[in-house]
Design a binder for this molecule. Structure first.
Ligand code: MBD
Ligand code: FE
Length: 254
């Protein structure tokens, strides 16, 4: 089926690639090497990682803040849909030496600032040593992940532990490319959020921590103005306060 939008996007991408190739006099041998590289990325099952590190942030720059929404950020490769529903205000964590309790306190509002009740908020982040459940250390999915519902005031609170800065997989082709470009493979400590509610666009974002390592040189280009937070301190816990402002979902009349 002919798709006019797809045609335009592929043509424009081809033109942008053509100018980069011309600018650098890229040879056919280099082209072939590039194709073989992408084969290796697929074989290493790093396709999602490669694109989420190099491309997703470019997509978000255009998608974000078209309307009134609070800033969004990249989703990355480690989102999982089937995660525990949290009713006791606590993410399941594993006891670890370097864990620091973190309290997340949030409100979800619509574009007018009115609270959104009953929104589902997915929260996921790394262990205190930079691992993600389901993907690393054979750690079961129910750890360091969950979904919570906002209350009548659009609010929720969630207790967990501080994530840490994290190296994306650096033994595979994605890491090899970053290193060959003279870059590092580190991401700053961050907490991921995805807010979902009927009638609104999904809102996907991350929170970063002021003063944390790598907040000025994220290898995934994921840092966005307004998403670096100073934490408070309450009863020996760090406190992250982050509010989310959603955009209405609009549909074109059929
Ligand atoms: C991550 O944890 C992440 O959030 C992104 C965007 C890329 C790689 C690893
Ligand atoms: Fe992440």
């Amino acid at each position: 089926m002919y798709n006019n939008r797809l045609e335009k996007i592929v043509d424009d991408l081809a033109n942008a690639i053509a100018s980069a190739l011309a600018e650098n006099n890229v040879t056919r041998e280099e082209y072939r090497e590039g194709v073989m590289y992408l084969m290796k990325v697929a074989e290493a099952k790093e396709t999602v990682l490669l694109y989420d590190v190099f491309v997703e942030n470019l997509v978000i720059k255009n998608q974000d803040r078209r309307y009134a929404n609070s800033p969004q950020a990249i989703q990355g490769p480690y989102f999982v849909e089937e995660v525990p529903v949290i009713t006791d205000g606590k993410l399941k964590t594993l006891p670890q030496d370097n864990e620091v309790p973190l309290l997340i306190r949030s409100q979800v509002t619509d574009e007018t600032g009115a609270p959104v009740e009953g929104a589902t908020v997915f929260v996921w982040h790394s262990t205190p040593t930079g691992k993600y459940s389901k993907f690393h250390d054979e750690m079961p999915t129910e750890y360091y992940r969950g979904q919570v519902k906002t209350d009548a005031n659009g609010r929720f609170e969630l207790e967990t532990t501080m994530p840490s800065p994290y190296s994306i997989p650096n033994k595979g082709p994605t890491g090899a490319l970053l290193l060959a470009m003279g870059r590092h493979t580190m991401r700053p400590a961050h907490v991921h959020f995805k807010v979902r509610k009927d009638g609104f666009r999904d809102h996907t974002t991350q929170a970063y921590f002021q003063g944390g390592e790598w907040t000025d040189s994220d290898c995934a280009g994921g840092i966005v103005d307004g998403l670096i937070f100073a934490t408070g301190e309450e009863a020996g816990k760090k406190v992250l306060e982050i509010d989310f402002k959603l955009d209405k979902r609009f549909t074109l009349a059929a």
